[in-house]
Design a protein around this ligand. Structure first.
Ligand SMILES: [Zn+2]
Length: 483
């Protein structure tokens, strides 16, 4: 518990990230390489993201269910693109109960196949549609270059799976869930993500089209923070998901799937952190407020303790998540730095003088120094803190949006793109072909993020050509370095 700070971001961004994850007590490496032990503070952060999503899923008509961890290998091989895409990342169980299994079992990398199998049984008639299911679970994708939260062999996520009677309805639902993700990222995590269509190379294995939300991290790299897939009839045909329509004709259902994972925690760390460490948006912070009682004598201690009880009652009544730091043998200064590094939005100091004046010192994490401090009378604490938390949430979104907008560029040539991706995202007219994307990636390390929906109301009405290769453009796409 040394008082030394995290490595400054400007010095080494990657080490800064590792320091923050470790020193803020979010997670650590597991004995199996690529796996992650999520510590309580990191897990509580994930739980808050999780509940923000879960309530939105329920509000849009989904129900939670649970499907098995093991998937028969024959399921995975039923959809041609799916098997090709996932085989390199699969963990496969060949033995069970001391014997070699007749059929190897895949540890789920995602559950389209096993859920498709169930959907085929559950869906008989048009009356069974739409079917809207979500599951919270872990998945395994073997990771060769792991990083805590960002890329781990086992990770936690939700996967939504829906079946619809028509193509239009399934496509509409794919975009509805993309909106749900964007709403969560922007309004809970304060990350101003950009919604868009992935290129055919970057789409989910087995999808017709994939859409993503992309967030800009503090070093201007992108983080794909959630995806929503329009699966067409691909999985319905592979698994026989059929229904009798109103005219008694057999039809294939149209399906979607969509996921957000513990990657989002990595996104929150990198979108908001500064040289002092983590900065957490109040709506998802495990502790919105930390109270540090300050005393010197035993007499003062008794006094401050009872004073703090009054402070706690106020916060509890206002539904604020708070923690009181009563660790012995640590100076107040150490504690302030510690909670600052752990990103707690508001710090309250309560010492003998505050007690006398029936007030406390309140300091906000998002505004450094004196400007972020104010003395608040105890009787006004609940309303003041509630308002401050809203203010901090809004300010963090504003800061992240200003940072993003200052690093979004438009290029009209490949040379401009090369320059722009050194310090931001570059928007170009893009053909969407594999050759062109591979070339850009090899020469600049930037990958295609998405074709933003807002900037492509009609894709390419004027018949523009690709700014890099000169072929017919598909639309306008962002390129950037990415995690
Ligand atoms: Zn091109």
């Amino acid at each position: 518990m040394a008082a030394q700070g995290v490595t400054p971001r400007s010095e080494d961004y990657s080490r800064w990230y590792t320091d923050v994850v470790r020193m803020a007590d979010l997670a650590e490496n597991a004995p199996v390489r690529g796996c992650m032990i999520i510590k309580p503070y990191g897990y509580e952060l994930w739980e808050n993201i999780k509940s923000a999503l879960d309530s939105r899923f329920k509000a849009t008509g989904h129900r939670n269910a649970y499907f098995p961890l093991f998937i028969p290998m024959s399921f995975i091989t039923k959809e041609a693109e799916h098997v090709e895409g996932f085989t390199p990342e699969l963990a496969v169980v060949t033995h069970g109960g001391g014997k070699e299994l007749e059929e190897p079992l895949a540890v789920r990398p995602t559950s389209e196949t096993v859920i498709g199998h169930s959907f085929a049984n559950w869906i008989q008639s048009y009356r069974d549609l739409p079917l809207l299911i979500n599951q919270w679970c872990n998945v395994v994708r073997w990771e060769l270059r792991p990083r805590l939260f960002l890329r781990t062999t086992e990770f936690l996520w939700q996967e939504g799976h829906t079946a619809h009677a028509t193509e239009a309805e399934a496509l509409e639902h794919t975009l509805r869930m993309l909106d749900v993700y964007a709403d969560m990222a922007i309004n809970e995590c304060a990350i101003p993500v950009i919604k868009g269509l992935k290129s055919q190379q970057e789409k989910f294995a087995g999808a017709v089209d994939s859409y993503s939300i992309e967030g800009m991290m503090g070093n201007t790299w992108a983080l794909q923070s959630g995806t929503s897939h329009f699966l067409g009839e691909n999985f319905a045909k592979a698994f026989g998901i059929q229904y009798l329509d109103e005219d008694n004709q057999q039809q294939y259902a149209w399906t979607t799937s969509w996921g957000v994972s513990t990657r989002m925690v990595g996104g929150v760390i990198m979108a908001h952190g500064d040289d002092k460490g983590l900065r957490l948006p109040p709506r998802i912070a495990p502790y919105q407020v930390v109270i540090t009682p300050i005393w010197k004598s035993e007499e003062e201690q008794t006094l401050i303790r009872s004073f703090c009880t009054g402070v706690e009652d106020q916060l509890r009544a206002a539904g604020i998540r708070f923690h009181i730091d009563e660790r012995e043998g640590l100076s107040p200064g150490f504690k302030f730095n510690d909670w600052e590094m752990r990103g707690v939005p508001i710090r309250i100091e309560a010492g003998p003088r505050d007690c006398e004046g029936h007030s406390v010192m309140v300091a906000r994490r998002d505004v450094p120094g004196k400007e972020g401090k104010q003395i608040v009378p105890v009787q006004l604490l609940a309303t003041t803190i509630s308002n401050l938390l809203d203010d901090i949430q809004a300010n963090m979104l504003k800061q992240a949006t200003e940072f993003r907008d200052a690093h979004l560029f438009e290029a009209s040539s490949y040379d401009e793109l090369k320059e722009q991706v050194l310090d931001g995202w570059s928007l170009i007219w893009h053909c969407g072909t594999r050759e062109c994307e591979d070339r850009i990636k090899e020469e600049t390390k930037a990958s295609s993020r998405n074709f933003p929906l807002e900037l492509n109301p009609e894709w390419n009405p004027a018949g523009k050509t690709c700014d890099v290769c000169g072929k017919q453009a598909f639309g306008r796409a962002y390129f950037s370095r990415a995690y």
